[in-house]
Design a protein around this ligand. Structure first.
Ligand code: GCU
Length: 597
C-alpha cells in the first residue's frame, strides 16, 4: 500500500512541478523596450526541418540524437536541410512552404559566457501561432498566440560556450484559438519577429508604466517594477530635456509607484513630441522615448489633449504589399505608415492583431494614433474552458508591450463577434473590465457588425456597447448589402445616442485597372468602388455623433478565401491601393474627404 501511495505522491508532485514550470514559462509577460537592453540578436539564418506531417514530435527532434553504434541511424537532421531567415514568416520564403499550415522546426546555435552576477533571457517578438522552445534538448516553455512577445529565463539552463535553441513553430488553426478557424487574412506562420538574448543584472528593471494620468495634461501616474534579489532600491526617473528628476524607492516586492507633474509639450499628430526618459535603479538603467498626451471620451466627442478630434483612420493588415509577406521591420512599417499619411490619416487601425512593435513605435514617431487590437475575430469559442484565459493573456501581453506608447489611443478587444454566441457577452465584458483595470487611460472598444439595415434605416445595438467607449461598427453598404434608398436619407437608430460613433470598416472591392460595366459589382471596376465611397461619404453626414471613419483598407492583401481568379487571385481587393501601390479611383475620394475634414 505504501509503495502505491509513494508512487502516487511522486507522480502528483512531478505533475505539479511540470504545470508550474509551464505556467510560469507561459505566464511570464515579456520585459518591454528590448531595444534599450543589453541584447544579442539571434536574427538571421536558422536551420529548419519542414514537418507538415508532425513527425518531429514523436521523433523528438529537439534531442538531436546522434548514432552511437555502427548500426545506428537517425531519421532526422537539421544538417543538410534548408535555412530560413528570422524574423520572417516561413510561407513566403520557400515555394514549398507557400500554403503550409503546420510545423516548422527552427534551430540556432549561440555561444554564451554568462557571468555569475548576470541573468539571461530568451526573448521572442512573436511566433505564429504555437511555439515550443527547447534549449540544449530541454523544453524551456511554450507560448500560444501569434502576435505578442514572450520570453523565458535561461540563466540556470544556458551552458558556457555552445548552446542550441530549437523552436517548434506551428500555425495550424485552432478551434479554441484566437483567432479561431476562420479569418480573412493570410495565415503567415513561423518566427515572424525578432529573437534576442537579453542579459541583465541580477536585479533589473523588469517593467514600468509612465503615462499621463487619465484626464490630466501634466500629471504622470505610473510605476517601476524591479525583478531580482535586491527589490528595494532607489529609483530615479529623469527627463534631461526638461531638466527634471523624480526620485522614489521600490518596496520589498520591487514595486515603486510614480506620481509627478511637469509642463510637457503634449504629443499630437501635428506635433508628435516624445521625450528621452531615463528610468534608473541602483543596478539598471533603461531609456525610452515617451510622449505625453490625453485621450478621452467626453459626451459624444473624442478629445485629444482636451480638444475634440475627428479620427481620420484607415485599416492596415501586417503585410508588406510588395513582397506578399508578413511585415515586421522598420522599413515595412514605413511603407504602410507613409501610405496612411499620404491618404490624410491621423490614426491607423492595426487589424486584427497586435502588429510588430516597430509599427507601433514608427506610427507614434510619425504622428499617427494607433488602434491596437487582439484577434478576437468573428467565430470564437467563448464557452470553451480555455478561451477566457487565452483572452486575458493576449490582452495583457498587448497592453504590457505597448502601455508606454502614447500613440496607442485605443485597445480593441473584439471584432465582429456575435451576441448569441454562448458566453460571448460574459467573457468579453469581463475582459473589458480587466483591461480597464490594467489601463484606464485609453479608450477600450468592441467592433460590431450585427447592426440591422432595413428600409434605409440602421439599427445599431449590442450589449457590448455598454462597455465600449465608442460605438464602433463595420458596415459594407454598397458592397455586401445594396443600398435601400438615397445614402443622404439614411436613418440611424443608434442605441447609446450619447456615445461617439466610429465607422471602423466600410468599402468594397476593385481590381486596379479592371474594365467593365461600372454599375455592376461583378467586374471589380474601380468606378464601382469609387461610387461606394462617394455614397458612403454622403451617408456619413446622416450619422449622429460621428467621431471618425476608417475605410477597409489601405492595401489589397492576401487572403485564401478570395478565389475569383479573374479579379482576386487570393487577394482581398478592398484596398484603396493595389498591392503594387497603385492608387485606385476611390483613393482620391477618400483623400479629398480627409483633407476637407
Ligand atoms: C469584415 C472583417 C474584415 C474582412 C472584411 C471583408 O468586416 O472585419 O477582417 O476582411 O469584412 O469582408 O473584406
Amino acid at each position: 500500500m505504501n509503495k502505491l501511495r509513494n508512487t502516487f505522491l511522486t507522480g502528483y508532485v512531478t505533475l505539479f512541478l511540470i504545470v508550474l514550470n509551464t505556467c510560469y514559462a507561459i505566464g511570464q509577460t515579456a520585459m518591454i523596450n528590448t531595444q534599450s537592453r543589453n541584447t544579442k540578436s539571434l536574427n538571421g539564418d536558422w536551420q529548419v526541418i519542414i514537418d507538415p506531417g508532425g513527425g518531429g514530435d514523436w521523433r523528438q527532434v529537439w534531442l538531436e540524437k546522434k548514432p552511437q553504434k555502427k548500426t545506428d541511424f537517425i531519421e532526422y537532421s537539421f544538417d543538410g536541410g534548408p535555412m530560413l531567415k528570422v524574423p520572417g514568416d516561413f510561407n513566403s520564403q520557400r515555394c514549398e512552404l507557400t500554403y503550409v499550415e503546420g510545423t516548422v522546426w527552427y534551430k540556432k546555435q549561440f555561444k554564451s559566457t554568462l557571468k555569475s552576477n548576470k541573468r539571461l533571457f530568451l526573448h521572442f517578438g512573436a511566433v505564429n501561432y504555437l511555439a515550443e522552445v527547447y534549449l540544449n534538448g530541454e523544453k524551456i516553455g511554450s507560448h500560444e498566440g501569434g502576435f505578442t512577445p514572450f520570453q523565458f529565463e535561461i540563466t540556470n539552463k544556458v551552458k558556457e560556450g555552445e548552446n542550441t535553441v530549437i523552436v517548434k513553430a506551428n500555425n495550424n488553426r485552432m478551434g479554441n484559438g484566437l483567432p479561431g478557424y476562420g479569418f480573412d487574412w493570410f495565415n503567415y506562420g513561423g518566427i515572424t519577429r525578432e529573437v534576442d538574448l537579453i542579459e541583465t543584472n541580477n536585479t533589473y528593471i523588469y517593467d514600468y508604466s509612465i503615462q499621463l494620468k487619465k484626464g490630466s495634461l501634466n500629471e504622470v501616474l505610473g510605476w517601476v517594477h524591479l525583478d531580482g534579489t535586491q527589490p528595494e532600491q532607489n529609483i530615479e526617473i529623469n527627463i534631461p530635456e526638461l531638466n527634471f528628476k523624480y526620485k522614489t524607492r521600490s518596496d520589498e516586492t520591487g514595486l515603486a509607484k510614480i506620481d509627478f507633474s511637469s509642463a510637457f509639450e503634449l504629443w499630437s499628430p501635428e506635433n508628435p513630441k516624445r521625450y528621452k526618459v531615463n528610468i534608473e535603479s541602483e543596478t539598471d538603467i533603461v531609456t525610452d522615448n515617451i510622449g505625453f498626451r490625453s485621450i478621452e471620451v467626453m459626451g459624444n466627442k473624442v478629445l485629444l489633449n482636451g480638444s475634440p478630434i475627428f479620427l481620420k483612420a484607415v485599416n492596415i493588415h501586417e503585410e508588406n504589399p510588395y513582397k506578399g509577406s508578413r511585415a515586421y521591420s522598420i522599413d515595412d512599417a514605413k511603407i504602410l505608415l507613409n501610405a496612411a499619411k499620404e491618404l490624410g490619416c491621423n490614426l491607423v487601425r492595426l487589424a486584427h492583431y497586435p502588429h510588430a512593435e516597430n509599427m507601433v513605435r514608427e506610427a507614434e514617431k510619425m504622428g499617427l494614433m494607433v488602434w491596437d487590437e487582439i484577434p478576437v475575430y468573428q467565430h470564437i469559442q467563448f464557452a470553451d474552458s480555455l478561451v477566457p484565459q487565452k483572452l486575458e493573456t493576449m490582452m495583457r501581453e498587448m497592453v504590457s508591450r505597448d502601455k508606454n506608447r502614447c500613440g496607442v489611443v485605443i485597445w480593441s478587444l473584439s471584432n465582429e463577434t456575435y451576441p448569441g454566441t454562448p458566453n460571448r457577452n460574459e467573457a468579453l465584458i469581463e475582459l473589458t473590465q480587466k483591461c480597464r483595470a490594467l489601463d484606464s487611460t485609453r479608450l477600450i472598444v468592441h467592433v460590431i457588425n450585427t447592426q440591422g439595415y432595413n428600409n434605409n434605416t440602421f439599427k445599431v445595438w449590442d450589449p457590448l456597447y455598454n462597455y465600449s467607449d465608442l460605438v464602433a461598427l463595420n458596415e459594407y453598404i454598397g458592397w455586401y448589402i445594396p443600398w435601400q434608398g438615397n445614402p443622404s436619407e439614411t436613418q440611424w437608430n443608434v442605441e447609446f445616442p450619447d456615445k461617439p460613433v466610429f465607422i471602423s470598416e466600410f468599402g468594397g472591392e476593385a481590381l486596379y485597372g479592371s474594365k467593365g460595366p461600372t454599375d455592376e459589382a461583378a467586374y471589380w471596376t474601380e468606378e464601382y468602388q469609387e461610387n461606394i465611397y462617394k455614397d458612403q461619404i454622403e451617408m456619413f453626414n446622416t450619422i449622429p455623433n460621428l467621431s471618425g471613419v476608417c475605410p477597409w483598407l489601405l492595401f489589397d492583401y492576401r487572403s485564401l478565401g478570395r478565389m475569383n481568379q479573374l479579379y482576386q487571385n487570393g487577394y482581398n481587393r478592398k484596398g484603396l491601393l493595389s498591392e503594387n501601390g497603385e492608387k485606385k479611383k476611390a483613393w482620391y475620394v477618400m483623400n479629398e474627404y480627409f483633407n476637407e475634414k
